[in-house]
Design a protein around this ligand. Structure first.
Ligand code: PLP
Length: 334
């Protein structure tokens, strides 16, 4: 097989999946991994009409002893359950989801690339009731499956300074779905993201409705300098990234001050002259921002190159994922 880390992120898949079916008020896990296969869905399936779908994204990392360890497994299981709850999908039991992820990673462990590659894990929950009349009520049948994908870099070109366009008019999603990891949120971010890519060569859009900085289409956002890191305080309007939480812990361990508060675009413009900025996410890890485009005007961030503090924090996070001391108990060996 061609080296999956050289293929576009998410386009190569592990040979095994795990599945659980919800019917009659309970999930039933088949109990072991199955060969990956196409699903057959009736044209009336709930998810195809009413958006009853949510997912997670986490990673398994190859360790120095040759095994694979899943990073912050329990946090991702919790967030999947939270997404399900907010979409009124059946909420799968914590221990079952956890075991299904472990079993899927174990079955695909041979496909996990060495660092800097990893095994991306995509738990997905969809509403499968056949009923086009069920627009105003939850699905009563569902399918949960754990898909894996050996991956390299999310942003083509590796660690490089990203160009981020700041969008001040359109929010990424609606306030009640900010904390939900569902496809509809990504669909809503698509037009501004594609426009920014086409017209300005941007890598991502930072959504800051009325100047109030939230997050990008697929990552959280930080301002960094030698003393501190700053990010938006948690509220219901955006996805509470597990990488965001990890960076906050790691930065505090390294002696940085952590400011979780409101952050406005005007302040970002001031910061661009003197500080660093980065995106955080399971896929993006910690990705440096080189240019911020506001109202069509490019602002170079620092000297336009990945900043030393961003790189230092990134290295510390990668160590915590790939075999350094597990000071916070974040790794689950498989
Ligand atoms: N925000 C959005 C919209 C995302 O899609 C992601 C990626 O999952 C994140 C933030 C970062 O979350 P995490 O660090 O848990 O991957």
């Amino acid at each position: 097989m061609a080296d999956p880390t050289q293929q576009p992120f998410g386009s190569v898949f592990g040979d095994w999946i795990t599945t659980a079916v919800y019917a009659g008020d309970a999930f039933t896990y088949s109990g072991s991994a199955e060969p990956i296969r196409d699903f057959s869905l009736h044209p009336a399936t709930h998810v195809l009409h009413y958006g009853s779908a949510c997912f997670e994204g986490l990673k398994g990392h190859r360790q120095p002893d040759g095994g694979v360890a899943i990073f912050r497994l329990d946090d991702h299981v919790r967030r999947l359950r939270q997404s399900a709850e907010r979409l009124m999908l059946p909420v799968p039991e914590f221990d079952m989801v956890r075991q299904m992820i472990i079993d899927a990673v174990a079955a695909n462990a041979d496909a996990a690339p060495d660092p800097p590659g990893s095994l991306y894990i995509r738990p997905t929950l969809i509403g499968t009731e056949r009923n086009i009349g069920a627009a105003a009520r939850p699905t009563n049948e569902a399918l949960l499956y754990i898909l894996t994908s050996p991956v390299g870099d999310y942003f083509a070109g590796g660690v490089r300074p990203l160009t981020i366009v700041v969008e001040t008019k359109v929010p990424r999603t609606t306030p009640q779905f900010g904390m939900v990891k569902s496809g509809a949120n990504y669909a809503m971010a698509l037009i501004p993201t594609v426009q920014a890519r086409r017209s300005l060569g941007a890598d991502q859009v930072l959504f800051a409705p009325n100047g109030d900085v939230t997050e990008t289409g697929a990552a959280n956002f930080f301002v960094v300098d030698a003393e501190r890191i700053i990010t938006r305080a948690l509220d219901e309007s955006f996805l509470h990234g597990v990488t965001r939480a990890s960076l906050i812990t790691i930065a505090a361990d390294l002696g940085y001050e952590v400011e979780e508060r409101e952050l406005y675009v005007d302040e970002l413009i001031e910061w661009s002259g003197k500080g660093e900025m980065c995106l955080t996410g399971t896929a993006a890890i910690i990705a440096p921002v080189g240019t911020l485009v506001v109202e069509g005007q490019p602002h170079r961030v620092g000297d336009g190159q990945p900043g030393p503090n961003t790189l230092r924090l990134r290295e510390a996070l990668v160590k915590a994922q790939t075999g350094g001391p597990d000071a916070h108990g974040w790794r689950t060996p498989v």
